[in-house]
Design a protein around this ligand. Sequence first.
Ligand code: NAP
Length: 277
Amino acid sequence: MTLPAIPLAGVIGNPIAQSRSPRMHRHWLARYGLAGDYVPLEVREANFETVVRTMPKMGFVGANVTIPHKTAALKIADHHSDRAIVIGAANTLIFRADGTIFADNTDGYGFMENLRQGAPGWAPRSGPAMVLGAGGAARAVIVALADAGVPRILLSNRTRPKAEALRAEFGSRIEVVDWVQAGEALADVKLLVNTTSLGMTGQAELKISLDNLRPATVVNDIVYEPLVTPLLQGARDRGCATVDGLGMLLHQGVPGFERWFGRRPAVDDELRRAVLE
Ligand code: NAP
């Protein structure tokens, strides 16, 4: 009797030891009693393509991809989702039975599902959103917000030309706000999202005045270490609903897990506890 192959998946990055993805996927595998495993893979940029092309031969059905490989992942794939093409990077690879590689980007999906779950009262069309930062994560966030129907996106970044480049790429719904004036524009927004790495453990503080922040504004920080960043604490102190960044990480893992292991997994408190252990 031939036993079925055990499906493998993993997360490729450099460094990778800090990744919480293995804990998340292993939790789901155990919870649903599924055969399979999910491993962290530290891979240098020079070896990325060789590693990815070898993985299907080793029993891998797919992989998540993180810094610094997200752009390369898009380039080497044979097929791409529209959202991966628009964002310009991939975080999820599916190795198909015919030997081809499909690339998707689920960061924007994870961001939006996290907001829907964490701030069900927020309606995308209700008014402008402000996004702080113009790096890789901001691209996924902006695409998701525009896709959800947010009418105006105020974008502020320390390096202003990067924000202007995103405006040129993603359209006139984006309005660039000078980094030193970000606080002044807060009075008008229904949603504030920090996509900079500021406020993360070991990084500098996000110095933006919250004096103009209204209690009706939802505040989301995609940084999740610490879980309650100084921005989220400041927003809570002003009576705002807040959403932490861990949920974005958890939700972005759902589409990959479903494709690789055949079951749509739940994002709930049990998963959060398992990932934070
Ligand atoms: P990135 O491409 O390197 O972009 C970093 C951003 O932070 C840029 O906008 C950069 O501004 C800004 N920044 C960095 N240091 C700054 C400083 N001292 N003052 C002002 N701005 C500063 O990084 P990324 O991939 O977008 O990731 C950003 C953060 O999001 C990271 O903390 C990452 O862990 C987090 N993240 C979370 C999730 C999740 O699932 N929750 C997913 C993806 C990323 P400049 O352009 O001026 O350099």
